[in-house]
Design a protein around this ligand. Structure first.
Ligand code: GN1
Ligand code: MG
Length: 365
């Protein structure tokens, strides 16, 4: 990734000045262009991001959501007397009065966060304790947002975790086959279609009033947590782009997708892709303990099903993007989205094989 923008000029718009000691592209995430810039005067670092406008048609609304969410979290943490608040919630840097985004001459929209120092991330959970800590962190996040009225947030991507809508997009991509990739993806298309009838289970639960709408993260994978370098503690939930109304089960689904398997999201060796029940037990304990008193029995009863469905949905999304020629997710090698899809589907199969065992674990927490 090369630096293809005038970063000093962008930094200046956020009051950081033009004199930067370093600009480093951050090669993480599938969506935005991210840079870590270091200000020369005091050595402070900032995360500068160009928002992907193919994915987010209204970037200002995304930033406005994040402002409301981070303000709410900060108030809650301060009220509870939490130590080290500045490292436990993201801080947006203003670009002029009351605005936290900047549109440059090319039309690109930028935002800046203070960089949270001395942290690390994990792309998988290597131990049950780590899965437990991560589950606890996302559970606490949902809890802190429980009294933020959903009506205060915009829906920045419509139908985000609407699995039937994701299936409709897949079917359209298969029918169009614009890149001639459908034939080679036959097994993956078949795998998805065999499970098509179940795509609506979570939304139906909500439609019949069994599970409530809440403010949730919507991308609750372990990569979106910062852990303290020294203590190893989960410190801060990041990537707040999709925080908006949704179901708690969407988040738990992504937790299962990213924390119950030792292999990465794009692992090529499919033999490594399988549920580790001990990791699941850690995750379930952390999440359920953190949401005690909030999580309803119907939500708890569908945790394992949510993991299966959200992992399936993510595979469907990767497959759709592969068939469309990789228009949505950044790819770093040929057929990367197809590889990601295969990993998701292998994990779905493993979740299905271990579902009863995992349900017993939930019941015992
Ligand atoms: C995308 O920004 P990033 O890479 O964390 C995506 C999520 C997917 C995820 C797959 C806005 O998240 O929905 O689950 O990739 N975000 C958006 O890892 O589509
Ligand atoms: Mg994201």
């Amino acid at each position: 990734l090369i630096v293809h923008a005038d970063l000093p000029a962008i930094a200046d718009c956020f009051g950081l000045g033009r004199d930067l000691a370093r600009v480093e592209p951050l090669r993480r995430g599938h969506i935005h262009d991210s840079y870590v810039v270091t200000r020369r005067s005091d050595g402070r670092r900032y995360l500068v991001q160009r928002i992907n406008q193919t994915v987010f048609a209204h970037p200002e609304a995304v930033v406005e959501n994040i402002r409301r969410v981070t303000e709410h979290l900060r108030r809650r943490l301060e009220r509870a007397g939490t130590a080290d608040c500045a490292r436990r919630v993201l801080t947006l840097v203003p670009a002029g009065t009351g605005r936290f985004w900047h549109r440059d001459q090319s039309g690109a929209v930028w935002r800046v966060y203070r960089f949270i120092e001395h942290t690390r991330t994990h792309s998988t959970a290597d131990t049950p304790d780590l899965a437990c800590a991560a589950g606890r962190a996302f559970g606490a996040f949902q809890r802190l947002l429980a009294d933020l009225p959903a009506t205060e947030l915009s829906e920045t991507i419509a139908h985000f975790h609407n699995t039937p809508v994701r299936y409709a997009a897949l079917e359209a991509a298969v029918a169009a086959d614009g890149c001639g990739r459908a034939a080679a993806a036959g097994p993956e298309i078949d795998f998805s279609m065999r499970r098509r009838a179940e795509a609506g289970v979570l939304l139906e639960l909500h439609a019949r009033g069994a599970v409530p709408q809440r403010v949730v993260h919507n991308d609750a994978k372990i990569d979106n947590l910062l852990f303290d370098d020294d203590t190893g503690q989960a410190l801060c939930v990041v990537d707040l782009d999709t925080v908006m109304p949704g179901l708690s089960l969407f988040d738990f689904g992504d937790m299962m997708r990213s924390m119950t398997c030792r292999a990465a999201e794009d692992e090529a060796d499919l033999d490594r892709v399988q549920v580790d029940v001990a990791l699941f037990a850690g995750l379930a304990r952390g999440y359920i303990e953190a949401t005690r008193g909030m999580l309803l029995p119907a939500e708890r009863a569908h945790l394992v099903e949510a993991g299966r469905l959200i992992t399936l949905e993510q595979g469907v999304r990767f497959l759709t993007d592969h068939l469309r020629g990789d228009a949505y997710y950044k790819v770093r090698r040929p057929d990367h989205n197809l590889a990601r899809c295969r990993t998701q589907f292998r994990l779905v199969a493993s979740i299905e094989a271990h579902a009863d065992e995992m349900k017993r674990i939930v019941a015992a927490v």
